[in-house]
Design a protein around this ligand. Structure first.
Ligand code: IZC
Ligand code: ZN
Length: 424
């Protein structure tokens, strides 16, 4: 078979080969490392993965692009399963409040936080939202991400929730990064519904959800289950209804207060429970039992400055599959940098480099339901690859805060070279 692209002399080829299932416990350390690795690609698929030279059945001709990756590390394209990509405005005004001691939930309660981004998102046109999000996904691509999840949640009315989701859909159709959409109409309670939350939930269920389904705008549904936002009962009702509309549940669970979000995620069979900084041990055990993925977001803990990180070690030891995300959003985590998240996961949550790379590839692919196509470097899978200018995996995590990407291949096409997006 003729190869379109060959990557050879790879110092560390991290395949993550194995079953297309979430990995936990010791499986999170089994990364399928090949030294002096070689990968061949035809069209948008991987056709060979091995060591040393290519076998004779893989034909290389004058048109084959040969990439010499001597001194470099190759991983599956990274996957970010939790972002709030599409939004208007920014919230640098909260920095000063935070420095003076204001808490995230107090700012929200006073009509700032998510509410201020809702105002900016409603005021923004489709084009403005598109252009702002485009800048962010270009950055994400240059950092090695090839698939991301993106949530709505800054419209909080039907028209503006749909506007956000349509922006994500159009971006998906026009950008190398694949975007998996999540409907997060239950992200905050609009100030005018403070005294009658059930009326707002009725709008989410009876107005927003049918429209989202009709236009096929979201695969997942998420709820911000938190003190002063949506209760466990309300979250249960919203997500059980979402299932009837064909959306798979995710939960912003136990981010700040231990409400029982982890337990609820297990009870309703959520694909993932995200944050879990305050999750109970019982909740973790229930998640392990039901195979709910823990999407952990250590850059959010870092930025909120609460000094508390999710107990990743306990989760991995209890058998919960762990994924990692940026949580890119204008409030609690204004960064697109998944490589910084990888360093924070290691430094602050004591995850090993092997566990970290598992968490941003196959486990995060599972968290967005794409494990059969992406998340590992195996014959037949999509040719989504990240090439790091680093002799080994540990160096990427140890040398923190910068972009180590040399090249990115998405769907079998070179889309980033020398760390910069190229026009394809
Ligand atoms: O805009 O503050 N936690 N949602 C739940 C967020 C953070 C995003 C925001
Ligand atoms: Zn979030």
């Amino acid at each position: 078979m003729r190869a379109d692209i060959v990557i050879k002399n790879i110092s560390q080829l991290i395949t993550l080969r194995g079953e297309n299932k979430p990995r936990t416990c010791k499986e999170m350390s089994q990364i399928g490392l090949i030294e002096d690795g070689v990968v061949a690609i035809k069209e948008d698929k991987i056709i060979y993965v091995g060591q040393g030279e290519l076998p004779s059945e893989i034909v290389v001709d004058d048109d084959t692009m040969i990439i010499n990756a001597d001194g470099k590390t190759v991983t599956p394209g990274l996957v970010d399963p939790h972002t709030h990509l599409v939004h208007g405005g920014s919230r640098e005004n909260e920095l000063d409040m935070k420095l003076k001691g204001a808490k995230y939930l107090d700012i929200l309660k006073a009509g700032g936080g998510i509410h201020s981004t809702v105002r900016a998102t409603k005021a923004a046109s489709f084009e403005e939202l598109f252009n702002k999000a485009l800048k962010s996904i270009d950055t994400m691509l240059e950092l090695g991400l090839t698939t991301i999840e993106a949530k709505s949640g800054y419209g909080l009315d039907t028209e503006n929730e749909l506007k956000q989701l349509r922006v994500a859909k159009t971006l998906n159709e026009n950008h190398p990064i694949d975007i998996v959409s999540t409907f997060l109409g239950a992200h905050a309670i609009p100030m005018e519904y403070k005294e009658n939350v059930e009326d707002f939930i009725d709008i989410i269920i009876n107005d927003m959800m049918p429209q989202v389904q009709k236009e096929n705008l979201a695969e997942f549904c998420d709820v911000f289950c938190e003190e002063g936002v949506f209760t466990v009962e309300q979250t249960r009702k919203i997500l059980n209804t979402a299932k009837q509309y064909g959306m798979k549940p995710k939960i912003h669970a136990d981010e700040i207060e231990p409400l029982g979000g982890a337990e609820l995620a297990a009870e309703i069979g959520a694909v993932s429970a995200d944050h879990l900084v305050a999750a109970s041990e019982q909740g973790m055990k229930m998640m392990a039992d039901k195979g709910v993925i823990a999407d952990l977001l250590p850059a959010t803990s870092f930025n909120l400055g609460i000094g508390k990180f999710a107990n990743a070690r306990k989760m991995i030891e209890e058998g919960v599959p762990v994924a990692l995300s940026t949580d890119y959003n204008p409030g609690s985590c204004p960064t697109e940098n998944i490589q910084l998240v990888m360093s924070l996961a290691s430094l602050k949550m004591k995850m090993t480099p092997e566990e970290v790379i598992t968490a941003v590839t196959i486990n995060s692919a599972c968290s967005v339901g794409r494990q059969d196509e992406i998340g590992s470097i195996m014959i037949g899978k999509k040719a989504d690859l990240a090439i790091f200018d680093s002799h080994n995996l540990s160096y990427i995590i140890y040398h923190f805060g910068i972009n180590h990407i040399d090249k990115v291949i998405k769907n079998g096409k070179l889309v980033v070279d020398n760390g910069k997006k190229i026009n394809v």
